[in-house]
Design a protein around this ligand. Structure first.
Ligand code: XMP
Length: 255
């Protein structure tokens, strides 16, 4: 079964399209054991309300991919959730291939990658590894932060038509053509979610970070066409992460 289909099943069985971004702030005197325990506790509290967990450098840097993080990945998958590595893979193909092999060996179900690197000798080797190991690739399309427009919002000349088009719309068309499992469009730009949805329909899923801490609204993003909401600090920094995750999940149920 493809990663895209596994996500659909997980979201259905959990009754939630939330992807928990298991992020914690930098602590100068990092006690790794304490950080791992904290991550495990938030995961335990939030898992009934989410269908997947996204891990970022917040945990791979202090805990190590094959030490603490692979333990977390095992815990995530043991709960029937999928594990996504937010590596934003962005290098030449041979390097991307090695990055992917390591993260997939650590148990991750999917990786996030940057389409600016292009297909030949860039993304293609990454997609090849992910197909061989039956894992998923999610591509950035329009990021959630304010400066995203400087790159993803540029007007470019479409190499196929010779006509001007917007970078993120071109990335959405390429994601479809390349068979990506998903694209990332910020919850902070609901109009762009709707435009991308017009292109992708249900062929490629839309993942939207930026809810809460970055100012995006869950309900608006889902109404615009997001399939999954990626949520970090709103849950991980809450006094009661279980309550925060449940509230969010309830707020978009049935939309
Ligand atoms: P917060 O705390 O803002 O965390 O809910 C969001 C998480 O998602 C990451 N992030 C992104 N990842 N494309 C991505 O692939 C994006 O546009 C994007 N915006 C935020 C962020 O690093 C954090 O882990």
């Amino acid at each position: 079964m493809s990663f895209k289909m596994k996500m659909e099943q997980a979201a259905k069985s959990k009754g939630s399209p939330l992807v928990l971004a298991l992020d914690f702030p930098f602590e100068p005197q990092q006690n790794r054991e304490k950080l791992l325990v904290k991550a495990q506790a938030v995961l335990k509290a939030a898992y009934p309300y989410v269908c997947a967990v996204k891990i970022n450098h917040h945990l791979t840097l202090p805990l190590g991919t094959f030490d603490g993080v692979s333990q977390l990945v095992e815990q995530i998958r043991g709960q029937g959730l999928l594990a996504i590595m937010d590596a934003k893979v962005n290098d030449i193909g041979s390097t991307n291939q090695v990055i992917a092999e390591y993260y997939f060996a650590a148990g991750f179900d999917a990786l996030i990658a940057n389409p600016f690197i292009g297909w030949d000798e860039g993304l293609k080797p990454l997609f090849d590894v992910s197909h061989r190991l039956n894992r998923g690739i999610i591509l950035l399309c329009y990021m959630s932060h304010k400066g995203a427009g400087e790159g993803y919002g540029q007007t470019i000349i479409d190499p196929d038509t010779g006509q001007p088009t917007l970078q993120y719309l071109s990335f959405a068309r390429k994601a479809l053509q390349w068979g990506a499992d998903g694209v990332v469009v910020g919850a902070t730009v609901p109009q762009k979610i709707a435009e991308v949805k017009q292109i992708l329909d249900s062929e490629v899923a839309i993942y939207s970070p930026g809810v809460g801490a970055q100012g995006g609204a869950a309900e608006t993003a889902v109404k615009a066409g997001s399939d999954y909401l990626i949520v970090g600090r709103e849950i991980t920094m809450a006094l009661d992460p279980a309550y925060a995750a449940r509230q969010l999940s309830d707020s978009i149920r049935g939309i």
